[in-house]
Design a protein around this ligand. Structure first.
Ligand code: MRU
Length: 381
């Protein structure tokens, strides 16, 4: 069944591969199947995958072909569109919701997108659901791009202010963790949007990229996308940030988030908390780029209330990379049978966060400031 292209105009984003605009998720020319980049193959291979069923969308999220809170949300939205194309009944919609919801527990954008789609679809008669689902999924994707652009504009002011206190041409060092970049969103990225805008504005910005063990999203993804855009960067082992901060080599930390509580506690990739502690100890500003769908108004205490995903031990005991003769291989780096713990996220308490860079401006990481910036979301929860 052809659904037809959603009635929505797409803006050309900044991300280009070999000169052509490229998003992380798109509707194919057939008008219904969904294209994604297989991020498990980066940086060594750039390959796209076509999703044709909700089961394939769920697999893409759980196996991290797509990852990053906003992109997980957009993929879930398109996943529900694929589901109602398969079967538009209430029962199948519920099945699809549950299937997608159980893929990854921490990033709240997943539940946000599923709730948003369901609220939109349930009142409609089944025959109207497919076209409407594709339309709403496309809007969710487009909204993500607009949110990230706005985050970029607000975050740019921070980088400009730092630059104003430096000698002309002196570089501004930004430290980031994991991949909160273009690849974690539909376009622009959250933490990277201010960086791309600063670079495009001619500000000499340089990024310290945490490798982000165990899956190495920094090494494999952030480094790759910064290089695509021509932004100077240096890849560092995860434990290097504190040393750099002690030596005045970090002007600002900007990270992303998978879930931020109503009181401003920030859950993000494991290791973020340690960077926030080091930043606090060294007087380095620590900002979190926060799109509003990543706020969970139902929880207040992040340490106690946010479910932390635990992933397979293989991600820690093994590493995957490119061999000298061009093959992608996985090797074991710990003795066989080594017990492993693999917590994928941690929580940075709000007191360690200098500010939240949202689409509505930079706000304090506390309940009143968050509720004042997003009163409609706070009230609805
Ligand atoms: O496990 P991942 O790769 O999905 O984790 C991604 C992160 O932790 C990002 O920092 C976060 O999703 C913010 S994305 C803009």
């Amino acid at each position: 069944m052809a659904i037809g292209k959603p009635m929505i105009s797409f803006h050309d984003g900044p991300m280009k591969i070999k000169g052509s605009a490229q998003r992380t998720i798109w509707l194919n020319d057939d008008g219904w199947s969904v294209g994604i980049i297989d991020q498990t193959r980066l940086p060594h291979r750039f390959e796209s995958v076509t999703l044709k069923t909700v089961a394939e969308a769920a697999h893409a999220i759980s196996h991290m072909l797509v990852r990053g809170a906003p992109l997980i949300g957009a993929t879930a939205a398109y996943g529900l569109a694929l589901a109602v194309r398969e079967d538009a009944s209430d029962a199948y919609l519920k099945h699809a919701y549950d299937l997608l919801h159980e893929t990854r527990p921490t990033a709240i954008n997943l539940r946000w997108a599923l709730d948003e789609m369901t609220r939109h679809l349930l009142p409609l008669p089944p025959e109207q659901r497919p076209a409407s689902a594709y339309q709403r999924a496309a809007e969710i994707a487009e909204e993500d791009v607009e949110i990230n652009q706005a985050i970029g504009r607000h975050g740019l002011a921070i980088i400009k202010a730092i630059s104003g206190n430096k000698s002309p041409g002196e570089r501004i060092n930004v430290l980031t963790h994991c991949n909160a970049g273009w690849l974690a969103t539909v376009d622009w990225g959250t933490a990277t949007a201010p960086i791309y805008m600063a670079h495009d504005a001619g500000i000499p910005v340089h990024v310290w990229v945490d490798e982000t063990r165990p899956r190495n999203q920094g090494a494999s993804l952030t480094s790759w996308e910064l290089a695509q855009h021509g932004v100077p960067y240096t890849l560092i082992p995860d434990n290097t940030g504190g040393h750099l901060m002690q030596h005045g080599k970090v002007d600002v930390c900007i990270v992303g988030t998978d879930r931020t509580t109503a009181d401003g506690d920030v859950c993000n990739k494991i290791g973020t908390y340690l960077k926030a502690l080091a930043a606090h100890d060294n007087g380095v500003p620590f900002y979190v780029a926060l799109p509003s769908p990543t706020i969970d108004f139902r929880v207040r205490d992040g340490v106690k209330e946010i479910p932390i995903e635990q992933r397979g031990g293989d991600e820690v005991s093994h590493m995957t990379g490119l061999t000298r003769d061009g093959r992608i291989e996985t090797v074991e780096i710990a003795a066989r049978g080594t017990p492993v713990a693999n917590y994928a996220f941690d929580v940075t308490p709000s007191r360690l966060v200098t500010g939240l860079i949202t689409e509505r401006g930079i706000i304090a990481a506390n309940g009143p400031a968050i509720a004042a910036a997003f009163p409609e979301r706070a009230k609805a929860s």
